[in-house]
Design a binder for this molecule. Sequence first.
Ligand code: BG6
Length: 478
Amino acid sequence: MKNIFPENFLWGAATSAYQVEGAAYEDGKKASQQDIINRENYQKYGFANADIASDHYHHFREDVALMKEMGFKSYRFSISWSRVFPDGVGEVNEKGIQFYRDLIDELLKNGIEPIVTLYHYDLPWALVEKYGGWIDRQVVDDFAYFSGYIINEFKDKVKLWTTINEQSIIVQYWTQKCYIPEQYRDNNQLRYQINHHMNLAHAIACKQVHEMVPGGKVGAALGYSPIYPLTSCPEDMMAALNAHDLRNSFYLDIYFKGTYPKAAMIYLEKHGLAPVIQDGDMELIKEGYSDFLALNYYASECAKACPEGTKEIRYNGVNRSGKKGDISGYETHPGFYEMCKNPNLDTTDWDWSIDPTGLEYLLRDLYERYGKPLMITENGMGAFDKLTEDGKIHDDYRIEYLKAHIQAMGKAIEYGVEVWAYCPWSALDLISTSNGVKKRYGFIYVDRTDDDPKECRRIRKDSFYWYQKVIESNGEKL
Ligand code: BG6
């Protein structure tokens, strides 16, 4: 591919705290809601929990050295709120914040720009116990306390900030991404109320970056899928637009226009699902404007017409087994849209469609609509990697996936889209949010299984050496 990536393009990769760090109860850290949500994962599904994860907490210098060896220009990671504030608010945990000081210094020393995510699904458990977590508006103030502290602490070292990871996915899979007390789990309005609280928290963090960080830039990291109609029949076209409004514009318009899209809100109001908005909320949301949008892209989605009277299903099923086709159903919104499989696309073993063109499509579309710079902060292929007898991991399928997506991103850049960074998922193997350790994404293999954490030895995969060349040639050698 001829060289079309800007000189200062931020090649790198991403992780999140609870999925990679481990040390879940060490050095003063207390549980996050993910430690609790995933606690019984092994008994339930045979998946490892977050206690040890990839043990990055103890291996971070080695991990940064490997990132440096790959040539990373950037690394996107998140801060564990309950490592820094074990009780959510109050006393800072010195050892906890020191971990992030050390990590950031190590990155900077190695010429790697930190891209910090403030929140990646892991609310302190103490706040769930105190008032139910994200369902209570108090969480907005507590988030502001945490984000204000972190932003101030790192204002001279971190210039790129993402606020909340994947509000869109949190709304869909709310009981996996947030601990929802039993008695509230049937109340679907709360999905949108939680999201509204997150919009406020996001806006506050954006304002804090703008006020505190010289030259700082901030935006959300959105889980994003372009939505195609199943057929070109007008009803399917309409359904795809409805799905886009509720699944995508519902977040994008908040970040860039400071408003909720009308059609989606009217749909929610009609169904008793709309969030309660207090006086001043929308003004605050407008003030907390975003400088860019960070996008997590894995797959495109497909929608079709959904007549009134269809059984309501609030979210797409999850494939737990990794056997293609083992997905338990698709989201329906009677009278609005129904999600479905796209017959034109192959999928991963977990039924995620593989669609590099979707990446070019969304970059072009979003840049055209909102005119803001974009970063890819996740993109990748979950797979059953095998450590072979030669001590290697031949993950040519991952190379193929990433190569096609880089080419697609390159095409969008050629058509004028401003893209700052490419940080695929994930720098190293970690625990998947839905499929344990056996579904791997990393360039660096972590030698552990769901049954046995072993020593978490690091091994370079074939994709490690491939990505090294990609970065070295600034995207020319794919
Ligand atoms: C994104 C999340 O939705 O997808 C990550 O931000 C997650 O946390 C990634 O790991 C892949 O999903 P999964 O379920 O395969 O881990």
